[in-house]
Design a protein around this ligand. Structure first.
Ligand SMILES: [Zn+2]
Length: 158
């Protein structure tokens, strides 16, 4: 019974690792139907953003907890480029956006709420500013992120 208390599992239940990183916590969790994870390999995971800016808003992040793009290994950089291109094509086929924003928020001064490096891929659509958000001064969630994840997974498998 020496391993009765599994601290790694306890962290997973809380969704956080020891240093409180939500992405490291997510990495340790299993994917599944109700998960926002759409892809993983030995270096990266791809998830649907829980608070999407637009439908199809994805985040690609390394398994390793790093906080600066200069810490990517050459292998990670090459893989990241490959994955970015692949998921742009998946989004093209699934959502037919007219454009994309791709980028990082590095450091809290830049608006990074999560220190663990993650690349945002945000599809953009013509006339996406709706009347509701003009009136309310905020954006409207137009698709449940779990549905987005199911669509992306289907596109990858098909
Ligand atoms: Zn982390």
């Amino acid at each position: 019974m020496e391993y009765f208390f599994n601290f790694a599992k306890m962290s997973y239940v809380q969704g956080l690792t020891d240093d409180g990183c939500i992405l490291c916590g997510l990495t340790e969790r299993k994917g599944g139907e109700n998960s926002l994870r759409v892809f993983e390999d030995d270096l990266f995971l791809v998830v649907v953003n829980l608070y999407p800016y637009n439908p199809g808003h994805l985040m690609i992040y390394p398994r390793r907890h790093i906080e600066d793009i200069r810490d990517y290994s050459p292998g990670e950089s090459a893989r990241l480029h490959e994955l970015t291109c692949r998921f742009l094509s998946v989004l093209d086929g699934t959502y037919r956006p007219s454009a994309y924003n791709l980028g990082y928020n590095m450091g809290s001064g830049a608006g990074a709420s999560i220190k663990h490096l993650h690349l945002h891929i945000i599809p953009r659509f013509p006339r996406e500013l709706g009347i509701a958000e003009l009136l309310a001064g905020k954006r409207v969630l137009v698709e449940n992120p779990v549905d987005t994840a199911a669509k992306i997974r289907a596109a990858l498998g098909g």
